[in-house]
Design a protein around this ligand. Structure first.
Ligand code: MN
Length: 346
């Protein structure tokens, strides 16, 4: 039984969709090479109303790997109460595209081997005792009915309780599943999504996202997982290099910045001229450059890399970010800072 486990594609129309598509293509190539099915553990789309560009990447992937089976689970980004991002795909009733938007078990024949899947989509905004009871019962039933020689896998999109993720988990707003209910010993593989970095503990795996979604993820190397019977292998994706730093440091690091990198630079209102020269150098190296506005005195930074956000013009986006800045910031001051930087770099 060969299975590719991936998650958190978060496809959306932005200036980085090509990077994501590049990763999707590597997953398709691997699936075809290993003749494996593909399990996407949630958040294939960035939101419940995916744009045409994002849908095209996904639809092309399905066509590309045909007739290999693709199981796609609903995550919190795909989720909508009535019609989710996945509902139209479910309506297709395609044999090789199985949409999992509910807690249920399915049994499928994959090249003569039997795969049993229990799906746990992200339908709850937070953990309640009732939900945990429901899931616990479903997992128990699933593991108790085990047939010899068949493969048993849970595909889930949630935060697994009790792990140290390196960032705080808000228990009031996160859907957290306690590890104790997963019946780990009785399940062959527990394939999760939602946490954007590779985590492998026991037979529980988060494969990580397929590209960096935001700059907080710069150190998470994107990957997917290839399961070949008992063997579980992490496969790192070949993604473009990234660099982030304030302008003075970035200028110092110019030789370290690899060709074709995505580069993010923090600049102050006074640095416009040196930034222009630096940006020119980077462009020659085939890099894409985005900036964020910063101010040394107030240690303020406002993202201005708005090309990566859909549906809003650059200036609207920046104004919006400034308006919504935490109240500890001096809003009129921020406006002036942004305005100065815009004048400096355009
Ligand atoms: Mn998620």
């Amino acid at each position: 039984m060969r299975i590719i486990h991936t998650a958190d594609w978060q496809l959306t129309r932005n200036n980085r969709l090509q990077d994501f598509k590049n990763s999707v293509n590597q997953i398709a190539d691997a699936a075809k090479e290993y003749q494996s099915c593909v399990c996407i553990a949630g958040d294939v789309f960035d939101n419940s109303l995916p744009d045409k560009e994002a849908e095209t990447v996904f639809a092309e992937f399905i066509a590309n790997v045909y007739p290999l089976s693709v199981f796609v689970l609903m995550g919190n980004h795909d989720y909508a109460r009535k019609v989710s991002a996945l509902t139209p795909y479910k309506a297709l009733e395609k044999e090789n595209l199985i949409v999992l938007d509910d807690v249920r078990t399915i049994k499928v024949d994959i090249n003569g081997e039997i795969l049993n899947l229990l799906s746990i989509p992200h339908k709850w905004k937070r953990t309640t005792p009732e939900v945990i009871d429901e899931l616990s019962a479903a997992i128990k039933t699933f593991s108790m009915n085990k047939q010899n020689g068949e493969y048993y896998m849970i595909l889930g999109h949630f935060t697994l309780g009790g792990l140290d993720y390196g960032f705080p988990v808000d228990v009031d707003t996160e859907f957290i599943v306690p590890r104790e209910i997963l019946c780990e010993k009785d399940i062959d593989y527990i394939g999760l999504g939602h946490i954007h970095k590779y985590i492998h503990t026991g037979n529980i795996v988060y494969p990580g996202s397929i590209e960096m979604n935001n700059w907080g993820e710069i150190d998470n190397e994107p990957s997917f997982v290839l399961i070949d019977n008992d063997k579980v292998e992490r496969v790192k994706l070949n993604v473009r290099p990234k660099y982030t730093g304030v302008l003075s440091q970035a200028i110092h690091d110019i030789d370290k910045i690899k060709d074709g990198s995505l580069v993010r630079v923090g600049i102050t209102a006074q640095e416009g001229e040196s930034f222009s020269i630096f940006k020119n150098d980077l462009t020659k190296k085939g890099c894409d450059v985005i900036v964020y506005a910063r101010d040394t005195q107030q240690s303020v930074s406002i993202e201005t890399d708005i090309e990566s956000f859909q549906g809003k013009g650059r200036d609207d986006y920046i104004s919006d970010r400034v308006e919504k800045a935490p109240s500890c910031y001096d809003i009129p001051y921020l406006k002036t800072l942004i305005q100065n930087i815009k004048v400096e770099i355009t």
